[in-house]
Ligand binder design. Sequence first.
Ligand code: FAD
Length: 390
Amino acid sequence: MSPSPSEPRHGIVIGGSLGGLFAGAMLRQAGWTVDLYERSPHDLDSRGGGIVLQPEVVEVLRRIGIQVGRMDLGVQSRNRSVFRPDGMIESRQFAPQTQTSWSLIYTTMLQAFGQDHYHRGKTLVDVRQHETRNSVTARFADGTEVSGDLLIGADGNGSTVRRLLWPDAEPTYAGYLAWRGLLPETAMPASARAELHGDFGFANTDGSHILGYLVPGDQNDTRAGHRLYNWVWYRVVDEVALRDVMTDIDGRDRGFSMPEGKLAPKWRRHVGQEADALLPPAFRDAVKATEQPFAQAIRDLAIDRMVKGRVILLGDAAFIPRPHTAASTSKAAANALALADALAGNPDDIDRALAQWEPAQLALGRHLHRQGTRAGDHLLFHRPTGARVG
Ligand SMILES: Cc1cc2nc3c(=O)[nH]c(=O)nc-3n(C[C@H](O)[C@H](O)[C@H](O)COP(=O)(O)OP(=O)(O)OC[C@H]3O[C@@H](n4cnc5c(N)ncnc54)[C@H](O)[C@@H]3O)c2cc1C
């Protein structure tokens, strides 16, 4: 028998990164009890890779009671500056924008969610749905099981929930990667400091697109002198070379993401050589001054449905928009906000809530997928609009 609306519903969230924390926190706001399961046994860590702060993320923070007006949520850039390969400025436009970091949002959300219902070292391996009881059971690698009214797959681009219930949906390589780097602002070479510091900078040439901005530094420090310069450099790389890039310093295959400190020396040298050949001086110097560049393959994913019975997918598990949209994190936040609203609006009918939630979330994912594909293919391949990925 279904519980009466007065009994709290129980949500199981798989994945304890931003999508999982947004969903867990928003479900609680809708009156649910929530347990969140993350496969990593430790706190997650990214040393502050940058993300553009979007309104949906601010709205989640506001709804969980964070005084967003009183907190430094990031670093404001002033101008958007575009450089030619020779270093001349192509355009410079006053366009203030706030850049934050993954770790600032993660630590803020984790602190708000608390530790009691955040379970580490729990790797989901199976999901069973019980139609007659309207419930769902998750099984973990350690043999334990939990049941609830709804299971939320927020387990990212390599989602196990998706693999189990949407076996045909697999991300595909977009044909390019992002070299990335974080450099203390105090270590920016003179040219980079003069041209790039404090602005959102861009430079584009054939098969190469770079951008950079300041983000909070260690311990989410937003004070001048303590911040990091975050650059992201997209380069066309074929799949054979990609496999080599993703083989780390110890010979281990890292899949689609190479963390700081693990890139093989030959690829570190390669980044420096390419910077000499392709980048305007300020970006070239910033890239070459970065001690430990890291890398991420750009992949595409768009699914047809986000709901199967009492299992849903959100965040990167459902759609991976290209990073040019600056929307992966805000999309996860939008998914979670809309889910909480739909559930709160249908307290005694979860299935109706999910049926109301899904169409707009699919539309958002498809829109970002199309927009990101178009932007990325134009920037990297100069292909006509939308010609590459369907
Ligand atoms: C450590 C880390 C650092 C990141 N840093 C940045 C950054 O600097 N800039 C940026 O733009 N984006 C970053 N991202 C990606 C960013 O969080 C996402 O693109 C976006 O916010 C959507 O998040 P998500 O929660 O849907 O997916 P993800 O952030 O990918 O999170 C998925 C989570 O699910 C967990 N998981 C996967 N499989 C299982 C399983 N079977 N059982 C239990 N748990 C599982 C993973 O360990 C992970 O924590 C980072 C992600 C992580 C995990």
